[in-house]
Design a protein around this ligand. Structure first.
Ligand code: SF4
Length: 433
């Protein structure tokens, strides 16, 4: 199967584009100069319902639209693109808007590990047992999600990317940090690499990594965006990729493929089903994760359906995330109260196999904050979010419930006020007097 990329330059070649109003294409032209835009022939031909494109979740997931910028930002880009402006002026306006869009939420750039005084740019060590590795050839994806928090990595001229080639240094770092037992290959998407490229990294790990490294993870959306990667009948390299997975498992490593699915439609065809089957045959497990997003999957029925399909296919639901405050988050974010309600409705409809799921979770500065529930003070009637860190820079802070004042509008944990239990007692006491 030939992989065809569509981006801001050639998307008008997509056959269905001739049925779309010109104003929609104009919006794509303008917004895609700010937000990275890339899709491919599988997404376009198999996943999008073009008759209903405006409300189609996968269209929204890949194609930029006007509402993803503020009115002011849209007008500034439109103005500079339509006037007689130099390339320099255009880039200046576009870069300024990108910087307004919080390109590195949760201080992503501050988790860079140091080995013998040298910063290992291209890896991150935030939690004590896991290191993230960004292979330089994997810093793109088969298509780009419009909501993506890693969007600056896809923009060539914005100096905010990080990736590295030297896995050897990471191995040295793992040797010196015995608490690390896991490496996550991430990007972009490491599955955009050929099996030969990926093998170069994996071989070093399998041959030289210390015994404390027991788990290998690949974070990938390839099952949703290009499942042919795992289908030998469609791809010359698929067998090599599956063989690589098998080799990792046979070496005694726990291999987890962290699959990203945003909507049940991504699981609803024989191509992806076969790709999932082939991966599972290698001995790798597949865990699933995705953020809850307005305009894409803000619907408990969609989540319940998605988890049901995943479980039937042998996948393990893992995380439901809250959309981060980056890129066009105004467009995608949902108040936490609503997020929790949607999660609760969906998980109630899901069977016991879905209990492996943790959600909703915010990837915040200090760690991953889990919304465990909403509680009422029986005396005052006040409501609280009950939260805990399921991951924290300081692991001793994990799994300790805390309370935050309930707020129907807040979309992120830093918009909430913490309540200590004594305050609740005092409030209840005052009420009773
Ligand atoms: S596949 Fe993942 S990394 Fe790639 S654009 Fe989508 S969310 Fe971002």
């Amino acid at each position: 199967m030939r992989f065809i990329t569509y981006n801001a330059k050639n998307y008008r070649d997509i056959e269905y584009m001739k049925y779309l109003p010109e104003e929609v294409k104009r919006e794509i032209d303008i917004v895609s100069s700010v937000i990275p835009f890339k899709t491919n022939n599988y997404v376009v031909d198999y996943l999008i319902d073009w008759e209903n494109f405006r409300d189609d979740p996968i269209y929204v997931l890949n194609f930029p639209n006007k509402d993803m910028l503020t009115e002011n930002q849209y007008e500034r880009v439109e103005g500079v693109l339509s006037g007689d402006h130099s390339k320099l002026d255009i880039n200046r306006v576009i870069n300024k808007i990108r910087l307004e869009m919080n390109p590195h939420p949760a201080q992503q750039m501050t988790n860079v590990p140091v080995l013998d005084g040298e910063k290992l740019e291209g890896s991150q060590h935030k939690y004590r047992d896991i290191i993230l590795f960004f292979p330089s050839q994997g810093q793109t994806c088969h298509a780009h999600c419009t909501f993506c928090f890693r969007w600056p990595q896809f923009i060539k001229d914005l100096d905010l990317k990080f990736s590295m080639r030297e896995i050897e240094k990471v191995v040295e770092y793992i040797k010196k940090n015995e608490s690390i037992n896991e490496i996550l290959f991430t990007g972009g998407d490491p599955m955009v690499m050929s099996p030969a490229e990926l093998s170069k990294y994996i071989d070093v790990l399998l041959d030289t990594a210390p015994s404390n490294l027991t788990n290998i993870r690949f974070g990938s959306k390839s099952l949703a965006y290009w499942p042919f990667t795992f289908l030998p009948e469609f791809s010359d390299e698929a067998e090599d990729m599956l063989r690589l997975f098998r080799r990792i498992v046979e070496k005694g490593k726990h291999l987890s493929f962290m699959a990203h699915f945003n909507h049940p439609v991504e699981l609803d065809n024989e191509i992806v089903e076969q790709a999932i089957f082939n991966i599972r045959q290698t001995g790798a497990e597949i865990r699933t994760q995705a953020p809850i997003l307005n305009h894409i999957n803000n619907d408990s029925g969609a989540w319940a359906r998605m988890w049901k399909m995943q479980i039937e296919l042998g996948l393990v639901p893992y995380y439901m995330f809250v959309e981060r405050e980056t890129g066009p988050y105004d467009y995608f974010q949902i108040p936490l109260a609503e997020v929790y309600q949607t999660y609760q409705e969906a998980i109630r409809e899901s069977g016991s196999f879905a209990k492996t799921l943790t959600g909703p979770v915010m990837s915040a500065d200090k760690g991953k904050v889990h919304i465990m529930g909403v509680a009422d003070n029986p005396v005052t009637g006040e409501k609280y979010f009950i939260m805990q860190y399921v991951r924290h820079r300081d692991y001793r802070q994990t799994f300790r419930p805390f309370f935050m004042k309930y707020d129907t509008q807040a979309t992120w944990v830093d918009q909430l006020t913490e309540v200590v239990p004594e305050e609740m007692t005092v409030a209840a006491g005052n009420k009773q007097r």
